[in-house]
Design a protein around this ligand. Structure first.
Ligand code: AMP
Length: 218
């Protein structure tokens, strides 16, 4: 099964995806992580990407669709994917449908993580993640402890990384982009009858439980 983990920045998409990766052995495909990998290359493209990402706007659909198709084509992960941070607008959703049907797949579930805006700012500004396994933590709600809490042995040498776009000034622009471009996608997926709402204001464990219950019910 392929699913989309949907919601505004700071809703907990990365955190909940990492639980699904562990418990259901799914593959997380985060376009934000793929783009941040590209940033490390220090190429001309990466300079342009950094400016866009730090402004909270969306990277062009061509770049994103290209990143995604390479992954969908991989038989080791296909039909077992969590799409995290993608699609982010209606063009990307339609391209995703086309790419999936080319490989005889579809989206079976959209998990809509619902959180009020006032909580998102605190969640985003407290966010850090492991440099090795990418597991997210939060200084306020889920503080990092010993590296053994991470997912691989190599995490013993981890650093805790803060994203350059996780600051209060970029957050309001990212939320605006979400409301204008991404939120309207829910109507599209609603018409396909695949949306299930999740109360993502609850504790991490309670949110995970809701998600597992939904998946087990499908
Ligand atoms: P994220 O890690 O999902 O919060 O993404 C960080 C930033 O990467 C976003 O604010 C966008 O600038 C860019 N980005 C990630 N995914 C997409 C996407 N599907 N389409 C366009 N831009 C994206």
């Amino acid at each position: 099964m392929n699913l989309i983990i949907f919601g505004p920045p700071g809703a907990g998409k990365g955190t909940q995806s990492s639980f699904l990766v562990e418990s259901k052995k799914m593959f997380q495909l985060s376009t934000g992580d793929l783009l941040r990998e590209e940033l490390k290359s220090k190429s001309k493209l990466s300079e342009k990407l950094k400016i866009i990402m730090d402004s909270g706007k969306l990277v062009s659909n061509d770049i994103i669709n290209n990143l995604i198709e390479k992954k969908i084509a991989n038989p080791l992960i296909n039909n077992n994917i969590i799409f995290d941070g993608f699609p982010r607008n209606i063009d990307q959703a339609k391209s995703l449908d086309k790419m999936l049907s080319k490989y005889q797949q579809k989206i079976s579930l959209v998990l809509n993580l619902k959180v009020d805006n006032f909580i998102l700012v605190k969640r985003i500004s407290g966010r850090v993640s492991c440099s090795v396994c990418k597991k997210p933590f939060n200084k306020f709600f889920d503080p990092p402890g010993d590296p053994s809490e991470c997912t691989t042995k190599a995490c013993i040498n981890r650093e805790l990384i803060k994203r350059s776009d996780d600051n209060e000034s970029t957050v309001s622009s990212r939320l605006k982009t979400y409301e204008e471009s991404t939120l309207p996608l829910l109507k599209y997926y609603d018409s396909l009858n695949v949306v299930r709402n999740v109360d993502a204001m609850k504790s991490i464990n309670q949110v995970t439980k809701q998600i597992i219950d939904i998946i087990n019910d499908i």
